[in-house]
Design a binder for this molecule. Structure first.
Ligand code: B12
Length: 212
C-alpha cells in the first residue's frame, strides 16, 4: 500500500470509529518508520471528522468517547517514539491547563509532551482548571509563558476570565491559547497574545518567545 493510501485509510478508520483497523494501521505505520508526528497529525484529522459527524447528528456522545479511547491508545504507542526523536533546544517554564468547564485533554497532553521533549519545564494543571488556580500557579511557578487549552465554544468565556484574572495579578509575559476551534476572533475576544490550533506550531512559538 502506498503512503497516501495508508494515510487516508487511517484517517477514515478513525472517523468511522473502527478501533481495530485504526490501531492496526497505526502499528503498520510505526513499523514502516513513519514520523510519529505525522501519524498524530493524521489521527487528529480523523478526530476532526468524528467531531463533524457528531455535529451532523450521525454520532452521539458514545462516539466521542470511543474516538477519545482510540486516540489515547495511539498516543500510548507514539509518545515514547516522539520522546526518542526530539532533543532539547530551548528551555523555559510553561504553565498549561484546560480551562474551567472543559475536560478535553488529548491535544493539551500532546502539547505538554512536545514541550517536555524540547526541554521546557512544564507545569500541567490538568482539565477544568478554575481561573483562581491558574493565578495561584502563576505566582508559585513564575512561568515564562502561560498556555490555555479549550475546545468548547463555552470555554472562550472561561479563557477570557482566566486571562483577565492573570493580568490583574500583574503577570506581563505571553499568554497563548490553543484548541481545535480557536480563531483570530476568539483570540481577540479572550485577549490572548498568541493562538494556534496545532501543538507543533505552538512549540515553535514558545521557542521563539523564549529566545527573543
Ligand atoms: C474526543 C472528543 C471528546 C472526548 C474528549 C476526551 C479527552 N480525554 O479529551 C469527550 C467524550 C470527553 C468529549 C466530551 C464532550 N465534547 Co467533545 N470532542 C471530541 C473531538 C471528537 C476530538 C477532540 C480531540 O481530542 N481532538 C484531537 C486533538 C489532538 O486535537 P486538539 O484538542 O484540537 O489539540 C490539538 C491542537 O488544537 C493543539 N492544542 C490543544 N490545546 C492547546 C493549547 C495550547 C496552548 C496550544 C499552543 C496548542 C493546543 O494541540 C493539539 C495537537 O496539535 C472533538 C471534535 C473536534 N473537532 O475537535 C469534539 C468536540 C470538541 N466536543 C464537542 C462537544 C459538544 C462535547 C460535549 C459537550 C458533548 C456532550 N454532549 O457532553 C462534551 C463536553 C465535555 C466537557 N465539559 O468538556 C464539540 C464542541 C462544540 C462546541 N462548539 O462547543 C466538538 C467540537 C465536536 C463537534 N464538532 O460538535 N469530547
Amino acid at each position: 500500500m502506498d503512503d497516501t493510501d495508508l494515510r487516508t485509510k487511517l484517517i477514515n478508520a478513525i472517523s468511522n470509529l473502527q478501533e481495530k483497523p485504526a490501531l492496526a494501521l497505526v502499528q503498520e505505520r510505526i513499523s514502516r518508520g513513519d514520523d510519529p508526528i505525522v501519524i498524530i497529525g493524521d489521527c487528529s484529522k480523523g478526530m476532526q471528522l468524528v467531531g463533524e459527524r457528531y455535529e451532523a447528528g450521525e454520532y452521539f456522545l458514545a462516539g466521542l468517547i470511543m474516538a477519545g479511547e482510540i486516540f489515547s491508545q495511539v498516543m500510548e504507542w507514539l509518545q515514547p517514539l516522539v520522546e526518542q526523536q526530539i532533543t532539547g533546544q530551548a528551555s523555559g517554564r510553561i504553565l498549561v491547563g484546560t480551562v474551567q468547564g472543559d475536560i478535553h485533554d488529548l491535544g493539551k497532553n500532546i502539547l505538554t509532551m512536545l514541550l517536555s521533549c524540547h526541554s521546557f519545564a512544564v507545569n500541567d494543571l490538568g482539565v477544568d482548571v478554575a481561573p483562581e488556580i491558574f493565578c495561584e500557579q502563576v505566582s508559585k511557578f513564575d512561568p515564562n509563558i502561560v498556555g490555555l487549552s479549550g475546545l468548547l465554544t463555552s470555554s472562550y468565556d472561561a479563557m477570557r476570565e482566566t486571562i483577565a484574572q492573570i493580568r490583574e495579578g500583574g503577570y506581563q509575559k505571553p499568554i497563548i491559547i490553543g484548541g481545535g476551534q480557536i480563531t483570530e476572533d476568539v483570540s481577540q475576544y479572550v485577549k490572548a497574545d498568541y493562538w494556534t490550533i496545532d501543538a507543533v506550531s505552538g512549540v515553535d512559538l514558545c521557542q521563539r518567545l523564549i529566545t527573543e
